[in-house]
Every structure is written in C-alpha cells, then in structure tokens.
Design a protein. Structure first.
Length: 187
C-alpha cells in the first residue's frame, strides 16, 4: 500500500449485525446510507435495514484513504455483495452472537467472499457476545478452522470506535502481509 492510495474495505454480514453502526463509528464524515423501513421484523427486530449500501471513509495519517462500504445483509441482495466487493482489498465480516443462525451466516458470507477468504484478507467480528444465550467466539473460530482457514476472530461492540478501529488495524495488517507474500524475493 502506497501513500495517497485509496483502500476499499467491505463490511458485510447478515441483517442486524452492525454494519451501518460500525461504519458510522469510524467514518470521518457522516456516512451515506440507504436504509429503509425493515418490513421483515419477524427475522430481525430492528426498525431500519440497508437495501443498497453504506459508505464512509477514513483518512489515515500516512495519506491513505480507507473507503468503507457496507453491504445489505439479506441473502436476496447477494448480487450487491458481488458489486460492492469488486476491487475490495479486504472484508470485515460482522456476526450477531445472539442469532441462532450465526454459524450458518458465517458460512454464507465466507463462501460469498471466497477469494478474499482464500487470501486470508478477512477479519471476523462477533457482536453481542455477552448477551444471554450468545454463541461463544470460540465456536465461530472452530467453524472457521473446520474450513481449514485461519482468520482472526474478535468479540466487538460496533458502537465503540476503538473496537472498529481494532478490526481495521487487524485487516490492514493481513492485507500488508498478503502483499508481502505476493512480491517476488529480490536477491
């Protein structure tokens, strides 16, 4: 990554996992959002949901600009995942530990971003881990290990700027390590 370079990061995960909130927590400006009234309150009890994308940005001290894109969470919008994911250098996968579908959701989104998963340019963030009945972060890590992958898994509160910045820092380190591995050795 070079000075002045723009870096595209995608925040993805199921509806209600905190993508819009995470982007708002770290964006330098008020994020662009395409939220509308949630008409599927039986699945996830939240008032609004993203149907297009969220967008924010963060200027780093070294002159790089992080472009933050959030996907809609519903599988019926999976075509948007591909569109938004085009050209992304990494993915932050957000999960809600209180949902009974957490592990199945993990599989769906890891499959959707297969190439970035293969290159290990994905961090997994699990929210609401202290709620009663929440799935353990270790269970998420075990599910990833069953796929023969090693990805960082964090317990986070996406409302906290520090937590989201930790995810970004971890992801940028993965991207940097991946770039270092791809460069030919000079002798």
């Amino acid at each position: 990554m070079r000075e002045g370079e723009e870096i595209k990061i995608v925040f993805t995960g199921p509806m209600g996992s905190g993508k819009t909130t995470a982007i708002a927590a770290i964006s330098d400006a008020i994020p662009v959002s395409t939220e509308v009234e949630n008409l599927d309150r039986d699945s996830v009890d939240k008032h609004n949901t993203t149907v297009g994308l969220d967008f924010g940005q963060v200027a780093l001290e070294d002159g790089q600009v992080l472009r933050l894109y959030g996907t809609p969470g519903q599988v019926r919008f999976d075509f948007m995942w591909r569109i938004i994911g085009e050209g992304a250098l990494g993915v932050v996968l957000l999960l809600d530990a209180t949902q009974v579908t957490t592990l199945a959701d993990l599989d769906v989104f890891l499959d959707a971003y297969g190439e970035l998963v293969r290159r290990q340019q994905v961090v997994v963030a699990v929210g609401r881990t202290t709620a009663p009945g929440a799935i353990a972060v270790a269970d998420v890590a075990r599910r990833i290990a069953l796929r023969k992958k090693v990805l960082p898994v964090f317990s986070v509160d996406v409302r906290r700027r520090e937590d989201v910045l930790l995810l970004i820092d971890a992801l940028l380190n993965l991207i940097e390590a991946s770039a270092d591995q791809e460069e030919p050795n000079e002798t």
